[in-house]
Design a protein around this ligand. Structure first.
Ligand SMILES: O=C(O)CCC(=O)C(=O)O
Ligand SMILES: [Fe+2]
Length: 420
């Protein structure tokens, strides 16, 4: 196996030196500085935000386009494809930000599980049980098939802020970790066995964001300009990450350029997956088991771990149901995903969305524990959705039968352990 992929699978992260080729560092710093200045100028909250972030695609212009072109580089896009074990043509970027230092000393972050979510200056995995389903579903899927998403931090100036717990993407939190996280200031102090990721200028870390990690220090002492990217592979498994880039991102590149073709192709990958989601949901509505299976096997080709894809489909249906009666957006100021969701919802009638939701509702209910709480180590708000465990008896077959209108009453209370 490719040694970088092997390391990503076992440790959850790979540190790579000079992801920014040294001769390009000055230019990228200067393009990114302009991106940051424009974001700051347009955002009255910037100077009060404890974790200021700038959107590369929103803020680049012709003269700073290099900051966007960097997403297409062999060291970012190419290495992402390599570690995801995918052809580059099947890998698209889905987010592009710059994480900056605040110019003041912020107060300690609010405790995890606020009504608006969890501040990433607390230890966490990038998992929100209300939107993503339980952690063990994702672990199980990725242990069988590997991840279909990687995230990057690429430091333009020295950066030791990100801490990680190596290997924690392959398992639930241990007793020791959980009791540390529940302790006084446990979510804002180093977890046992955690290490800082030490990046020099131009170095990057590519990681699986299921892993426990922490943005340890946000303050004015040290300049931070760390490029934060995400890449998805298609045709592998169905991950929880959608496209957070703004609609029209491809238009940033001039027509007829190779960069424009790549960016348009990225959009096409996300669109074609959404078309498959529509076909799969229509098959559920009409109770067509064969077509439902066919859609499912395109969204999540391996049979093992398909239950996770079904759980995520239930989340999509919940989100679509929430769009009933809303007009579809024109894309302006929207992320690709928000636009896609509205667009897809508008292609179903309200009655169809209601019926779809009724098909998926038993799955949604089974994913709720009955107790509203927040478990440290997760993003998102306090919720009654299960954080870690998939309910016992929830199988892919049971979900399919339920969704196709032939319920088997397979869901019981309790939970299934992870496979050994
Ligand atoms: O500051 C960092 O490097 C980590 C940020 C993070 O974990 C997040 O935004 O989810
Ligand atoms: Fe995070």
């Amino acid at each position: 196996m490719n040694p970088k992929r092997a390391q990503l699978l076992s440790d959850g992260y790979v540190i790579l030196r000079q992801v920014v080729p040294p001769e390009q560092l000055d230019r990228l710093r200067s393009d990114i500085e302009t991106v940051v200045a424009r974001q700051r100028a347009g955002d009255p909250e910037w100077d009060r935000t404890p974790q200021p972030r700038a959107s590369i695609v929103d803020q680049v212009e012709a003269s700073t386009i290099g900051a966007f072109e960097f997403l297409l580089h062999p060291n970012t896009h190419g290495v992402s494809a390599e570690v995801l074990d995918s052809p580059t043509e099947a890998v698209a970027s889905n987010q592009a930000l710059v994480i900056c230092n605040p110019e003041f000393s912020p107060e300690a972050p609010p405790r995890p599980g606020q009504h608006w979510g969890t501040d990433p200056r607390n230890w966490h995995r990038d998992v929100r049980p209300d939107r993503d389903g339980p952690l063990s579903a994702h672990i199980e899927d990725q242990l069988a098939n590997g991840p279909a998403y990687v995230q990057w931090n690429i430091a333009l100036y020295e950066d030791h802020i990100l801490y990680v717990v190596p290997g924690s993407h392959r398992r639930l939190s241990t007793e020791i970790e959980s009791s540390h996280l529940q302790g006084e200031r446990g979510t804002t102090s180093p977890v046992p066995e955690s290490i800082p990721v030490e990046l020099g200028p131009g170095d990057g870390v590519v990681y699986n964001n299921l892993m426990l990690h922490w943005g340890s220090k946000y303050g004015p002492e040290k300049k931070r300009r760390t490029v934060h990217l995400g890449y998805r592979s298609f045709g592998h498994i169905f991950p929880r990450q959608q496209c957070n880039l703004p609609m029209g991102f491809w238009n940033r590149f001039a027509e007829g350029t190779p960069q424009r073709r790549v960016a348009e192709h990225w959009f096409a990958l996300f669109q074609s997956e959404f078309a498959t989601i529509e076909e799969t949901l229509r098959a559920a509505l009409s109770g067509n088991g064969e077509a439902f299976e066919a859609g499912l096997s395109r969204l999540h080709p391996p049979e093992k771990g398909r239950r996770t894809c079904l759980i995520l489909l239930a989340k999509q249906v919940l989100a679509l149901h929430g769009q009933r009666g809303l007009p579809s957006g024109n894309g302006s100021g929207q992320s690709v995903y928000d636009w896609q969701l509205q667009e897809l919802a508008s292609r179903f009638s309200d009655r169809e969305l209601e019926r779809l939701w009724r098909r998926f509702q038993p799955i949604d209910e089974a994913l709720r524990s009955g107790a509203t709480r927040h478990v440290s180590g997760f993003l998102g708000p306090t919720t009654d959705y299960e954080f870690e465990k998939v309910p016992a008896g929830m199988t892919a077959e049971g979900i399919c039968a339920e969704v196709l209108g032939q319920p088997q009453r397979l869901f019981h209370s309790g939970s299934t352990p992870l496979p050994a």
